[in-house]
Design a binder for this molecule. Structure first.
Ligand code: 3HC
Length: 307
């Protein structure tokens, strides 16, 4: 059978909530074997527990059968810490879902370009970082014609931006770097569709469409709180009940992670130089205090953390 995306095995780099969500839809909906890679064995353990919990929840709700859950679980394997990125060598596409840090992503893509097969796709789930900059680091140097291989590797880099919680949110944002080849773009699109998602396409601008719109909205809500325009609860209630948003902007910021929101806002501000994207001081201070939101128990709201 011809598969339009040509992905017979997927690698997921990063076992956080985004990486596991991607592994979930890839194994369950696209029915593709997934190899999961993360430098932290503890993170992998947490991720696998989350994966099993999601499957069990969908079975108990009758959304999937036991057999579907078992097949999805059997499709997921983990690379040992010792093997690291070399353990992804045989996959047809990697989706990187590491932290929002350009230097980290550039170093990962350099290693991926060196390890993966020449026709493998290198996708990033970045929320805001330039795919063109990431692609420029995907240079394979262990070759006689280094510059030509460099061009080839960069042409296989693409942005595939999933939304949290990945099993629930219907969208994937597709971003083409300047270097991305049309074939890479179309295969990445076909793969997102196979995962049961709808796809929109954005140019490679800071924050793409999604976060260029969402982050100023969240930041403005934080500034309202900072200036005492309204209470936390009234800001969120206004948007929930007045505009039918599923979460108010402060609750949503906690849900995304305040550190992630700040990193995206800094990318927007630095990437455009436009003062409308300047992060609020309150957000900066909360991140200084290591109040990251739902993930570690404290943000605009307090949360119970599981040990
Ligand atoms: N993982 C998997 N499924 C989840 C989940 C999770 N973390 N959280 C909730 N769900 C599922 C529930 O199981 C339930 O499924 P069901 O319909 O089969 O019963 C469904 O979602 C609804 O959940 P609940 O009834 O428990 O709660 P809510 O109705 O309040 O919905 C929500 C929860 C889906 C998270 C909803 O509040 C929502 O849509 N919030 C906004 C989320 C959002 O905007 N995400 C995008 C963030 S931006 C982003 O990711 C981009 C990045 O670059 C910053």
């Amino acid at each position: 059978m011809v598969i339009p995306h040509g992905i017979r095995t997927l690698g997921v780099l990063g076992a956080g909530q985004m990486g596991l969500g991607i592994a979930y839809v890839a194994t369950l909906r696209a029915k593709v074997p997934v190899v999961l890679c993360d430098k932290s064995p503890e993170q992998v353990d947490r991720g696998l527990k989350l994966f099993d919990k999601l499957l069990a929840k969908d079975v108990s709700k009758g959304k999937i059968q036991d057999v579907d859950a078992k097949e999805a679980r059997d499709r997921l394997t983990v690379v040992s810490k010792e093997k690291g990125i070399a353990g992804l060598r045989d996959v047809d596409m990697v989706i990187e879902a590491a932290s929002e840090n350009l230097t980290l992503k550039q170093s990962l893509f350099k290693s991926l370009a060196a390890e993966l097969r020449p026709n493998a796709i290198l996708a990033s789930n970045t929320s805001s970082i330039s795919i063109t900059k990431i692609a420029a680091s995907a240079i394979h140097q262990d070759h006689s014609s280094a510059s030509e291989m460099g061009k080839l590797s960069a042409s296989r880099v693409v942005g595939l931006h999933f939304f949290n919680p990945v099993p629930v949110m219907k969208l994937v944002e597709l971003i083409s770097a300047l270097q991305t080849s049309p074939d890479t773009l179309e295969r990445a699109r076909a793969f997102a569709l196979a995962c049961g998602k709808e796809v929109t396409q954005s140019q490679d601008v800071p924050g793409f469409v999604s976060n260029a719109l969402l982050m100023p909205f969240i930041n403005e809500a934080i500034m309202c709180l900072e200036k005492g325009v309204a209470t936390r609860d009234d800001i969120d209630k206004t948007l929930k009940l007045g505009m039918n948003h599923p979460m108010g902007p402060l609750q949503l910021a906690d849900f995304i992670g305040l550190d992630t929101c700040l990193a995206i806002q800094q990318t927007l501000y630095q990437g455009t130089g436009d003062s409308k994207y300047r992060p609020s001081i309150l957000l900066e201070r909360m991140v200084d205090a290591q109040w990251y939101g739902k993930k570690n128990g404290k943000g605009f709201y307090d949360y119970e953390t599981t040990p």
